[in-house]
Each structure stands twice: as structure tokens, then as C-alpha cells.
Ligand binder design. Structure first.
Ligand code: SF4
Length: 383
């Protein structure tokens, strides 16, 4: 196990795989260390607190033993939107602070208060169960509210998914920063595609868009390395009017020059969309009509598909995992976790997570009515 340790006046701190920060009161630690090995204390100390080392928010470790289901919530676990693609969300939290972030992620987030990480064996096991229902030729798409490659068990996750006979494609969204050549080498032959977000080739614009001193040179070198590996590269900029209009053509040329998209399209240009709980830069928002008209022009100019269709990725409709709960139904539900937003709580109903707004304590019960059940993601309200 990759564990670093340090201490301050009050606490003994263990940093596992650079992400999971376990803090134990020093007094208690000094007593425990006389009797137990460090690994045991990290796992079983009752007084420990766990944090995400990048966002500094409390980090909830979701294990099989916790009894917390991996279906029903959009921040972690698995999502089935009725196709052969299953979204795999292993961790929340991001190392960037993009001004256009739809989920207000990063260390300076004003609306996200906790993070989650899912045990890798549990995640693969639950994916396997779903895969038996969904059938062959599945795509496991690793994404999430945050940067999925911060997941400290990424290689193990991809290897686990790769061993499932129903999975034929494994793809991943990434801003690329936590990745390096060594990780790419380890993932070759297992991971099929990386959707790498690059939204500017100009350093100043990149810094502005991502809210940090952006490591542009590293990301461009990484893009080239991926393009020359067996992993397919799709470059995915977010087009934010008034910020990176001139960058889009440069990014298209860069992707084509690199030879991105050998098996799948080389580019996936996304339109900035303001979200209720996302960040909103001062920009004009393009309508979809305007956006697609612009993409069409660029398609002609560069002779490349930019208006993407599900079939380019082998995505097809599939029977959905049956929903055990439906909109309009009422339940007495146990509250098991804090949600990411203020006053948000997660409860369990029939082996699904349901997000509600409530001041009730974790461990208590709430009478709720399901108000949304789209794509197997459930929202309820207290009644
Ligand atoms: S847009 Fe993506 S990379 Fe940027 S802060 Fe949000 S989650 Fe992170």
C-alpha cells in the first residue's frame, strides 16, 4: 500500500495513494500504536476522520459492508440510462476549478460539501451483476462529478472491468492531470479510449478557464503520448463563448495533427451549458441551433465529424435495469449519508439511493415521496 505519514500537533495523518487522508487524534493514536499495527489502526480506529486530500472535504468510503447501494445517486456508483453504456463513478472531487464547471467542483466549490470514494471490488462486483442483465457488448464509461483519474485504484478498476466478458469497451473522461506515461503504459490493452478535456492551447486562456495554473505543456505531451498508444484519444473541449472561440479551430487542428480518433471520433466539442448547481462565467450562451450550425461549418472546413452520433461509439438502446421504486410512491426511508449539497441527505429505499433535502440526522428515518425517477436516479421530498 502506498502510504505516506506525517503529523501535526493534534493529529497523526496517513495519506493513502496521495488521495485518501486519514486523520487520527494523536492521543488516541499513541495508545493504539502500542497494541496494533498501523494498517489495523487506519482501518479500524473509531476516532479517525477521512478527507479528500485535493478538495479537503470529508471523504465517505463506500464499501460493500456499508450496505450502501451503488444505484440511484448521480455522484457515485453506476448509472444506466437505457443503453449499452454504463457510467462508472468511482470518486468525486476535482483538481481543477473550471469557471464553466457544471457541478461546481474543485477545492473552491461553494456548493459541494462532501466527497465519496467507492471500494474497487464492490464497484466491479456490482457492475458485473448489472452486466448479466444488460448483456454483451457493454461500454463501461468511467466519469463522474470531478476528475475520475484521481481514483487511487484506477488501474485495478480498469483491470477488473476488463475481466468481465460482457464488457467490450472501457472509456474514461479525464482532464489528464493525474495521468502520466507510466499509467498510460499500464492501461494499454485494457482501456480503449480517453476523452481528454483540452479547452485551450493558449496558456493564459487555459489558466483562466480552469481556475488554476494549468499544466498545458504536460497535457499536450500526454495527448501525443496517448495518440501514439493503443488507447484511442478523443479531445473534448468545452466551448465557452467570449473565452475560447479562437481556440476551437486550433484544438481541431491539434487533434487531427496528432492522429487522435483512430477507432472513435477524434473530437467531442461540448457546448457550455449553465447548470442550476454549476458555475456560471460571464458569457453568452449559444443555443443548440447556433452550436450545431457552427459545428457543421467546421465539419466542412476540416472534413471531420464533429456532430457526434451514438452509433459512432457503438452505443445502442438496451433494456433498462428495472426500477424498484417509482415517481409518486411514498416510503419511510433510512437516512444513511450526507449528500453533496447543503441539507442534502441520501436515504435507501429498496436497494436504491434517494436524494432528499432534509435536516434530519444520519441514521434516522424520513417519510418521503419520490419526485423524480429518470434514468434510475432518484430524488424525493420529505412529507
Ligand atoms: S469541469 Fe471537469 S475538470 Fe473542470 S472543475 Fe469541473 S469536474 Fe473538474
Amino acid at each position: 500500500m502506498n502510504i505516506k505519514e506525517f503529523e501535526n500537533k493534534e493529529e497523526k495523518v496517513f495519506l493513502i495513494r496521495n488521495i485518501i487522508e486519514v486523520r487520527i487524534p494523536k492521543k488516541s493514536y499513541l495508545k493504539l500504536i502500542k497494541k496494533y499495527p498501523k494498517e489495523y489502526i487506519i482501518s479500524f480506529s473509531k476516532e479517525k476522520k477521512i478527507f479528500h486530500s485535493i478538495t479537503h472535504r470529508p471523504l465517505y468510503y463506500i464499501t460493500k459492508e456499508s450496505g450502501i447501494p451503488l444505484l440511484g445517486y448521480n455522484a457515485f456508483g453506476l448509472i444506466d440510462r437505457g443503453t449499452n453504456l454504463i457510467q462508472v463513478r468511482p470518486i468525486t472531487g476535482c483538481n481543477l476549478n473550471c469557471i464553466f464547471c457544471s457541478v461546481d467542483e474543485g477545492r473552491f466549490s461553494r456548493s459541494r460539501f462532501v466527497d465519496y470514494i467507492v471500494d474497487v471490488d464492490y464497484l466491479v462486483e456490482e457492475f458485473e451483476k448489472i452486466s448479466k442483465f444488460k448483456g454483451k457488448n457493454l461500454e463501461a464509461h468511467i466519469d463522474g462529478q470531478g476528475e475520475p483519474s484521481l481514483y487511487p485504484y484506477l488501474v485495478e478498476l480498469i483491470e477488473g472491468l476488463n475481466d468481465l466478458k460482457e464488457v467490450s469497451i472501457i472509456s474514461m473522461q479525464s482532464n489528464g492531470i493525474p495521468l502520466n506515461k507510466k499509467i498510460i503504459d499500464r492501461l494499454e490493452g485494457k482501456l480503449d479510449r480517453i476523452n481528454l478535456s483540452i479547452s485551450a492551447l493558449d496558456q493564459k486562456i487555459a489558466n483562466k478557464l480552469h481556475g488554476v495554473k494549468y499544466p498545458l505543456k504536460k497535457i499536450l505531451e500526454l495527448a501525443e503520448y496517448i495518440a501514439n498508444s493503443k488507447i484511442d484519444l478523443l479531445i473534448a473541449p468545452v466551448w465557452v463563448p467570449n473565452y475560447n472561440d479562437e481556440e476551437i479551430t486550433k484544438i481541431i487542428e491539434f487533434a487531427l495533427d496528432l492522429g487522435a480518433g483512430k477507432r472513435f471520433p477524434p473530437l467531442g466539442i461540448q457546448k457550455y451549458i449553465p447548470h442550476k448547481h454549476g458555475r456560471r462565467p460571464k458569457t453568452t450562451v449559444m443555443t443548440f441551433k447556433e452550436f450545431y450550425a457552427k459545428l457543421k461549418e467546421l465539419e466542412k472546413e476540416y472534413d471531420v465529424n464533429l456532430i457526434l452520433k451514438p452509433e459512432y461509439f457503438g452505443t445502442e438502446k438496451r433494456k433498462r435495469i428495472p426500477k424498484p421504486i417509482r415517481k409518486g410512491e411514498s416510503y419511510n426511508a433510512k437516512i444513511v449519508l450526507p449528500g453533496r449539497l447543503k441539507d442534502e441527505k441520501l436515504c435507501i429505499v429498496k436497494n436504491r439511493l434517494v436524494s432528499i433535502r432534509s435536516n434530519k440526522r444520519i441514521g434516522g428515518f424520513a417519510k418521503i415521496k419520490i419526485i423524480r425517477d429518470k434514468d434510475g436516479i432518484f430524488f424525493g421530498k420529505e412529507i
